[in-house]
Design a protein around this ligand. Structure first.
Ligand SMILES: C[S@@+](CC[C@H](N)C(=O)[O-])C[C@H]1O[C@@H](n2cnc3c(N)ncnc32)[C@H](O)[C@@H]1O
Length: 273
């Protein structure tokens, strides 16, 4: 395990469920959540085994189990996330395994669909991860993942990122790209890697705008679940919180909601053996 993976693991061990808090009420234009975009890829009559890679606290698998009667498996490298996932699914007997995507503890050609929500961009050695996904997928099995895309300049979310960076800078925290594969950052680079491996075909990318819109205080609370905000001192957190809430109040609609959004991308491909 690399130093950056250890850091990520510590963050999730100390803050399990943080990603679900951030994403679960956010919607794309069609009124779906970003988790629903992955559920849309399920073919109930042909898929019998589905893996959620980087499953966090098991929220996505809970949603799937409410609709489909298929075998589900969750894998994550954070033991605290896995513990919550097991508690969430105690009656459903879903296996939640603590493990790394670079070394998936499953048999060759044993899975019909590998889905992954907001996790792939955090994984080191993506060629190794995709090779592992190819190994465990059946021929014509499907891979689909959702990752963040661009942040629009001048948007509420961009303002949050700017203010957060200013506070981190004032505290002397050096921000570099800490997590993930530093050679494969964008969805286009991931598509290139997958298509040139010859292991996947029918690769498509869909882009959506994800809206986090909420009352100012709630929006602020959600944004504080981002990794960089956790690096702030209590003093800077308090100052940033009041600056954000003041700004969010200037942006709120007549209903009292502050719009806040960013782009997300879904990549889907089919395994070829
Ligand atoms: C942003 S969270 C998303 C969690 C969940 N999929 C969700 O969206 O609610 C990223 C998750 O990926 C996991 N993760 C990151 N790199 C991993 C790796 N190489 N192997 C397994 N899990 C990993 C982290 O532990 C974390 O739980």
């Amino acid at each position: 395990m690399t130093d950056s993976e250890r850091l990520l693991q510590n963050i999730h061990n100390e803050n399990p469920g943080m990603s679900t808090h951030f994403f679960k009420d956010a919607l794309v234009d069609a009124g779906k959540s970003s988790y629903d975009l992955l559920i849309d890829e399920i073919l109930p009559n042909t898929m019998t085994t589905i893996l959620d890679l980087g499953c966090g606290d098991g929220y996505l698998l809970e949603k799937v189990s409410e609709v489909f009667d298929v075998s589900l498996i969750g894998i994550d490298m954070s033991s605290s996330e896995i513990k919550i996932a097991c508690e969430r699914h105690i009656k459903k007997h879903i296996p939640f395994l603590c493990g790394r995507a670079q070394d998936i503890p499953l048999e060759d050609s044993s899975v019909d669909y590998v889905m992954s929500h907001m996790s792939i961009m955090l994984m080191t050695s993506l060629p190794k991860v995709f090779a592992e996904v190819h190994r465990i997928l059946k021929n014509k099995g499907k891979l689909s993942f959702v990752i963040p895309g661009k942040v629009e300049k001048g948007s509420t979310y961009a303002h949050f990122v700017e203010l957060l960076r200013k506070h981190l800078n004032d505290e002397g925290v050096k921000l570099k790209k800490r997590f993930g594969d530093l050679n494969v950052r964008t969805v286009e680079e991931m598509e290139f890697l997958l298509s040139h491996s010859g292991d996947f075909f029918d690769i498509s990318i869909e882009s959506y705008i994800l809206h986090l819109n909420a009352f100012p205080e709630i929006l602020c609370e959600k944004l504080f679940y981002s990794y960089d905000a956790l690096l702030l001192s209590p003093y800077s957190k308090k100052t940033l919180r009041s600056e954000l809430i003041e700004y969010f109040y200037t942006k709120k609609t007549d209903l009292g909601i502050t719009p806040c959004s960013f782009q997300i991308n879904k990549l889907t491909g089919t395994c070829c053996k």
